[in-house]
Ligand binder design. Sequence first.
Ligand code: TYD
Length: 133
Amino acid sequence: MTAKVIDFDVKGDDRGSLIALERGYNVPFDVKRVYYIFDTKEGVRRGAHAHRNLKQLAVCVKGSCRFLLDDGEQKRRVALDSPDKGLYLEGLIWREMYDFSPDCVLMVLADAFYDEKDYIREYDLFLQTVKKA
Ligand code: TYD
């Protein structure tokens, strides 16, 4: 699995800041879909799934949240708390998102259209799938 934090260049001037996400520069795939999660209620956990075959880049464009990442052997926690970094996820990774700040807007870029068949939503099945991979 690949899970890495990508630091984005910030184009700043006296008017404020701008970040550009661009294929081949800071986005390592062709983007087919963008979705964003916002107005998340207090205490909610989201995610709790893995993807069979999907590349994603998650950016907290506002506020903050945390990711729990699990490759079936090791768990890792990543905080996204700034619009100038993104979390790139590829391969079999169980992910859960939690500790959303009330203002959090979590934007996710993906390399494929939404496909429920690509999801593994049961943890036991995830572990079995990791073993077979
Ligand atoms: P869900 O997978 O439960 O969100 P998460 O796992 O990130 O907490 O998705 C919530 C609903 O939105 C579910 O009905 C599927 C739908 N959805 C789409 O239609 N398109 C998408 O790109 C995504 C990510 C979800």
